[in-house]
Design a protein around this ligand. Sequence first.
Ligand code: FPP
Ligand code: MG
Length: 298
Amino acid sequence: MLEKVELLMLEMIKSLEDKYILELFKKVPKGKRLRAKLILKIAGSSELAYKLAAIVEMIHVASLLHDDVIDDATTRRGKESINSMFGDKTSIMLGDILYSTGFAALTFLPQKVAFKISNAVAFLSVGELLDVELSKKFNDDEELYLDMIYKKTASLIEASSASAAMLAGKNVKVYELYGKNLGLAFQVIDDVLDITQDSKKLGKPSLHDFKEGKTTLPYMYLCKRINMDDKARLISLFKKNLDENDRIWIKNKMGETSSLIDSIKYAKKLSIEAMDAIKDEKNSGLEKIVEEMIEREF
Ligand code: FPP
Ligand code: MG
């Protein structure tokens, strides 16, 4: 099922008739293809569904090429990132090539689908900028964080789900709600894994988010649950290169204060809301996507 999506993505790149771009594209670490899976599970295996899946994945890959530059990431899914291998300029331009190729292909899809996806990409970019802005100081405002992750991550998952429903003539509102909650839960889990996973499994240094100025949900919970001295220590470590002692201290404090467990509980609550939205749709494939997302290790 996903092979066809890979093939369509490759065809889109090949249509540019540029050997170097094709070579670079093949070096981009392949992701989970969550958005493609979601679209195909909702819209079935029509030609349009496959096209939409390939386009959305193409845009998503592009956004990560930019994100890795912004986040100074050296790895992506355990492999060396494009910005690390070829430099920031190449990563940004490859991102531009992928998303504009995706948008060109999107013009052949129904207009309401094209609008839904491109509008979500605008939100995606707004969300990424919010992330950059919030990272400038220690943010402990949960509402700002949730608004940012909705835009940065959930908006495209929500739009993918809604667009697939449009193609299949299904209830758009139902799938939109499913996608939104799935997307929010996905990002909360992503943020938890940055803390809980060892760097090998994650493919990036553990607690990299904090170094980048990202006070994700577990940090916000922690900050509100520790005494003044500990809070001062936590804030003194913000954006710093952490040594092993600092890492252990943060992780221990998160354990003592249930900050990690409560973040996972929050993600589970969102995933239940996603399941609830589609409970009458009798689509076990979509329930499986939620379960796998919550239980994933990277
Ligand atoms: C990953 O966040 C980032 C995103 C999901 C969105 C990135 C969006 C842009 C860079 C806007 C530009 C859009 C296009 C189409 C070029 P993260 O850093 O929390 O996740 P990570 O752990 O996977 O890096
Ligand atoms: Mg990132």
